[in-house]
Write a protein that binds this ligand. Structure first.
Ligand code: MEV
Length: 437
């Protein structure tokens, strides 16, 4: 068993790598070089990356690409995406191109409210707690004034604060349930700071509240934290066109629309399919969220919770045909920022936001939702026509060639060959062997 290492974070980067090499990578003479190969020669840039987090050894690259030709609410946009999956950007671009010729994407923000909670235990008389909350609420709001001053100037702040009785779920459990408006910031630090101030004040004031018995004065604050479930921070994206414009791969527009709607109905009805269907949507969403320096874990958690809001995990997208018109849409919760956090710190997120013409958080919500809808359209379109593997493996060809150490000439010849042949790992291996012999 390996001994624990004390004070690892205090070691220099070089010392950390040495320790790692000795302890876990002995025998891999290349490991140190690989880690160092990704250090940025610009020491300021390297330091910036190291200071994002703790115990940094190297930088982990992802491709940063562009899906052009999106028409969103009448404006032409190119969407930056950070993603490793070979077919995602191509699929987004294809969907953008198609809908660009069929009316474009429409997107609207339906709400921007976020939630944070102070979770606490109180085992006394509930009516006394309610009276106490009514009395102390103005003091709670006053206590966060210094924290909310700047946010208020930008039009945000604490929108509401309620006492919620959760004792049916857990004995003694109550909440201060706060609603916040955080404008162009994602708002996690703002919300958490406000909540911690609420909690401190609430506890201190409870200790002095005369109507409480000694045990009632001992409110136990369990934790204060924002919720990543943001069903009131909601955006809708939609496309529509006459069904005949959907003719594809020898299928009539009517047949395509009917099959497409059926595929969506299956994802609505069947959780196994819904998870994969929604994963395809997240391919688009995460890629833009990541490129713009936003928190993709928060977005993922919130969106999947929303997909099961009615008690069963279901499709995030929906489609129908009415009076000859095909409609395809999605509503998703998205808590995003275009100021604060990594957005202004990471040089590539700054560029991504510049490419998007420096959007407000609401504008970014629309763009991200559109990227998700486009991705889902492209995936379902492939699934119901050619099958997913044809396009996917075409895009994956370069990865296979790299795995097989093909040189540039071999890559060129095989890319040409596979323009007209089905790609599979064994077929590529076979062709490469032929070429080499
Ligand atoms: C692959 O990353 C995403 C898909 O599986 C999505 C879907 O099945 O709808 C193609």
């Amino acid at each position: 068993m390996i001994d624990p290492i004390p004070g690892f974070s205090k070691l220099t980067k070089e010392e950390k790598i040495q320790w790692l090499g000795r302890t876990y990578l002995a025998g891999n003479t290349d490991a140190e070089n690989i880690l160092k190969q990704y250090w940025n020669p610009d020491s300021r840039l390297q330091q910036l990356h190291e200071e994002f987090t703790e115990n940094t050894l190297s930088n982990y690259y992802l491709p940063f690409g562009l899906a052009p030709n999106f028409l969103i609410n009448g404006e032409r946009m190119a969407i930056p995406m950070a993603i490793e999956e070979s077919s995602v950007i191509a699929a987004a671009s294809k969907a953008a191109k198609f809908w660009g010729k069929h009316g474009g994407f429409k997107a609207e923000v339906l709400g921007t409210r976020k939630i944070g909670q102070v979770h606490f235990m109180f085992n006394g008389k509930k009516n006394k707690l309610q009276d106490f909350f009514r009395k102390v609420k103005p003091e709670l709001l006053e206590a966060v004034e210094p924290l909310t001053k700047n946010m208020k100037k930008r039009g945000g702040g604490v929108v509401n604060l309620e006492l919620r009785d959760k004792t049916e779920l857990l004995g003694g459990y109550h909440q201060l349930h706060g609603t916040f408006e955080t404008k162009d910031s994602m708002g996690a630090n703002f919300i958490n700071s406000c909540l911690e101030r609420f909690a401190e004040t609430f506890k201190a004031e409870a200790g002095k509240y005369e109507a409480f018995s000694p045990s009632e004065k001992e409110i136990e604050i369990v934790m204060s934290i924002l919720s990543n479930y943001v069903p009131d921070c909601l955006v809708r994206a939609e496309v529509s066109c006459p069904v005949e414009e959907l003719a594809d791969h020898g299928m009539s527009g009517e047949d395509f629309a009917a099959k497409f709607v059926r595929a969506i109905k299956i994802a609505e009805a069947e959780p196994y399919r819904a998870v994969t269907h929604n994963k395809g949507i997240m391919n688009g969403i995460d890629a833009v969220v990541l490129a713009t320096g936003n928190d993709f874990r928060a977005v993922e958690a919130g969106i999947h919770a929303y997909a099961s809001k009615d008690g069963r995990y279901t499709s995030l997208t929906h489609a129908d045909v009415r009076n000859g018109e095909f409609r395809f849409w999605m509503e998703i919760p998205l808590a995003l920022g275009t100021v604060g956090g990594l957005t202004g710190l990471h040089p590539l997120s700054r560029i991504a936001l510049e490419i998007l013409q420096k959007p407000s958080a609401e504008e970014l919500m629309k763009i991200v939702a559109v990227a998700g809808l486009a991705q889902n359209f492209a995936a379902v379109r492939s699934l119901i026509t050619t099958g997913i593997q044809q396009g996917h493996m075409k895009m994956h060809l370069m990865n296979i060639l790299n795995q097989l150490n093909a040189n540039s000439k071999e890559k060129e010849l095989l890319v040409t060959h596979f323009k007209t042949h089905n790609v599979s790992h064994s077929a590529v291996e076979e062709q490469l062997d032929k070429l080499r012999s």
